[in-house]
Design a protein around this ligand. Structure first.
Ligand SMILES: [Zn+2]
Length: 487
C-alpha cells in the first residue's frame, strides 16, 4: 500500500497598516479595550461608506511580487454573505471574481535536496472579522479586529508531506516579515493557516491490478502556529487512512468536510460539511470602486522590495555562512541591514555572523530586548571593534564575551572596557617566560609525562600557566613557549 498526502494551504495574513481596511479606525487593536476601535463603517451602519486602504493594497501587491504572482492592474471587491456573530455587517468584503494577485509560485528545497515548487493560485485582499470570546456559556464579541486588512494566500495542492507544508509556510512567514508587509506574529493572530488535505492510497489487488483511490478532502480551519499545523496534518493523514479502511468512502463530489483542531486533545473534530461557494451569494460591492494600479506603480513597489530573503541566503551561503546562519540573517530586516554594514567594514563575514547569531543574540534576548533594535543596542562598528581586539590577540574569545556584555550595559567601546578591567592578554613577554619556567619547575612529573609523549601533559602545563596569569595569557603563545623550553 502506497500513501501519498495531498496538501494545499490557505494562509491568512494581517497586513501592517495604521488604519483598518475600509475606515479610519486604528488597526493597532492588540491589548486595546474591547470595542473601542469601531465606527459606523466597521458596523456598516446605513449611510456609512467604506474606502479602501491604499497602503494595504500596496502591501498585498508586494506579497504578490515576492510570490512571483501576476499582479492584476484591475481588481475589485465583492461581498461574501453569511451570518455569524463575529461579522456585524452580515457580509465580509473580499475579492472573489478578480483578486489582486494570481498565478504565482515559490521554489523550495527539501531536506533531502529535492526540489519542490508550490503554485500560488491567488492572493486576495479582504478584511478580518471580530474576535469571539467564549466564556461561561456566553459568547462575547470584540469588534476591534473587525475590518483589519487581511490577505488570503491560496496555494495549489502541491505539497505531499508535513515537511513540504512546513517549508512553504516558513517561506511565506520569512518573506512577508522581511519585506515588511506584516509581522506575522502568530501569538497575536497575525498569521493563520487553513489546510486542505486528503490522501491518495494505492494498493495492489489480488488479480494483480493496482487500485488508486483518494480520500475525501478535509479542510482544517484556523491553525494558529506552525506546530499546530504540523500536528493537525499528521493526525488527519492517518485518520483519513483509518476512516477509509473502515468505511471505504472515497473522494466524491460534495463530500468535502470542514474540521477544527484541538491543540489540547491533539485531534481534529468535525465542524460541518462544507458550504459550496454559491451559499455565500457573492456579488460586487456597490460601495467600492475597482482597484486600479498602473504598471509603473507596480514596478515602483517592486523596487521598494529589493532582494528577497532566499536570494540573500544564497549569497550568504556562498560567503561561507551555513544555512542556519544565513536564514537567521534574513529573519529580520534589522539583522540583514546590520550584517550588510558590518561586512563593509570587517572582512571576516563568517566570524561576524557567528557572533551576531550566537553571543550577541543571546545577550540581547537575555536583556529582554528586541533584535529589531540591534543597531541601537550595539552599533555594528562597536561590535567590529571588539572582534578586532580578539583577532589581534589582545583579548581571548572568552574575555570577549565578558566585554560584549559590558558593552551592552555601559555603551562603552571594547577598548575602553578592556583597559578599565585590565583584560588585555600578556603576550610573549619576559613576564610570561618567568611564569612558564616557574610552572615547569614545580611540575616535574608533568614534564616527564610530556617528554614520554603522553597527551594531556602539555594541556595541563598550559592550564597551570593560565591559572598563574589569572586567565590573561594567550593559550597559543603559552603552548609554543612551553614547547620551545622543553625541546
Ligand atoms: Zn471603523
Amino acid at each position: 500500500m502506497k500513501i501519498r498526502p495531498i496538501i494545499g494551504l490557505e494562509i491568512h495574513v494581517q497586513l501592517k497598516t495604521k488604519s483598518k481596511m475600509f475606515c479610519g479606525c486604528s488597526a493597532q487593536y492588540f491589548g486595546a479595550e474591547p470595542n473601542t476601535h469601531m465606527c459606523p463603517v466597521c458596523l456598516a451602519l446605513p449611510g456609512a461608506l467604506p474606502r479602501a486602504n491604499k497602503k494595504a493594497l500596496e502591501n498585498a501587491i508586494k506579497v504578490g511580487i515576492a510570490l512571483h504572482c501576476r499582479i492584476n492592474n484591475f481588481s475589485k471587491f465583492d461581498r461574501k454573505n453569511y451570518m455569524y456573530p463575529d461579522l456585524f455587517k452580515g457580509y465580509q468584503i473580499t475579492q472573489y471574481e478578480i483578486p489582486i494577485c494570481e498565478e504565482g509560485y515559490v521554489d523550495l528545497k527539501r531536506g533531502d535536496g529535492s526540489a519542490l515548487r508550490v503554485g500560488i493560485i491567488r492572493a486576495h485582499q479582504e478584511e478580518d472579522t471580530a474576535k469571539s470570546i467564549h466564556e461561561d456559556g456566553y459568547t462575547l464579541v470584540d469588534g476591534n479586529k473587525a475590518g483589519v486588512p487581511l490577505l488570503e494566500i491560496v496555494s495549489a495542492p502541491d505539497m505531499t508531506s508535513v515537511e513540504d507544508a512546513t517549508l512553504f509556510a516558513e517561506y511565506v512567514y520569512t518573506t512577508l516579515r522581511f519585506i515588511g508587509v506584516s509581522d506575522c506574529d502568530m501569538e497575536k493572530g497575525q498569521m493563520r493557516f487553513d489546510v486542505n488535505v486528503n490522501v491518495e492510497i494505492e494498493q495492489d489487488e489480488k488479480d494483480g491490478r493496482t487500485e488508486k483511490i483518494a480520500t475525501p478532502i478535509v479542510e482544517i480551519k484556523n491553525l494558529n502556529s506552525f506546530r499546530s499545523m504540523q500536528r493537525a496534518l499528521a493526525y488527519e493523514i492517518s485518520r483519513q487512512q483509518e476512516e477509509y479502511e473502515k468505511t471505504g468512502i472515497a473522494f466524491g463530489k460534495g463530500n468535502k468536510t470542514t474540521r477544527g483542531w484541538s491543540d489540547d486533545k491533539g485531534h481534529t473534530y468535525l465542524l460541518r460539511s462544507k458550504e459550496e461557494a454559491e451559499d455565500y451569494r457573492y456579488f460586487p460591492d456597490p460601495d467600492l470602486p475597482p482597484v486600479v494600479f498602473s504598471d509603473e506603480e507596480i514596478e515602483q513597489l517592486k523596487n521598494e522590495i529589493g532582494k528577497l530573503p532566499h536570494e540573500i541566503q544564497q549569497e550568504y551561503i556562498s560567503l561561507g555562512l551555513n544555512a542556519d546562519t544565513a536564514l537567521y540573517m534574513t529573519s529580520a530586516r534589522s539583522l540583514f541591514a546590520y550584517f550588510e554594514i558590518g561586512r563593509k567594514i570587517y572582512n571576516k563575514e563568517k566570524n561576524l555572523a557567528n557572533w551576531m547569531k550566537g553571543d550577541l543574540a543571546f545577550a540581547i534576548s537575555q536583556r529582554g530586548l528586541d533584535v529589531k533594535d540591534i543597531q541601537k543596542i550595539l552599533p555594528v562598528d562597536q561590535l567590529v571593534g571588539l572582534l578586532q581586539q580578539i583577532d589581534s590577540g589582545v583579548i581571548s574569545h572568552t574575555a570577549g564575551k565578558e566585554v560584549l556584555a559590558d558593552m551592552l550595559d555601559t555603551h562603552e567601546s571594547a577598548e575602553s572596557i578592556i583597559s578599565k578591567k585590565g583584560l588585555a592578554q600578556v603576550g610573549d613577554s619576559d613576564e610570561m617566560k618567568v611564569i612558564v619556567e616557574k610552572v615547569i619547575g614545580m611540575n616535574e612529573s608533568a614534564v616527564i609525562n610530556y617528554k614520554a609523549g603522553k597527551s594531556g601533559a602539555l594541556m595541563f602545563l598550559v592550564g597551570q600557566v593560565m591559572k598563574e596569569m589569572k586567565g590573561k595569557g594567550n593559550p597559543a603563545v603559552i603552548t609554543s613557549l612551553i614547547e620551545s623550553i622543553l625541546q
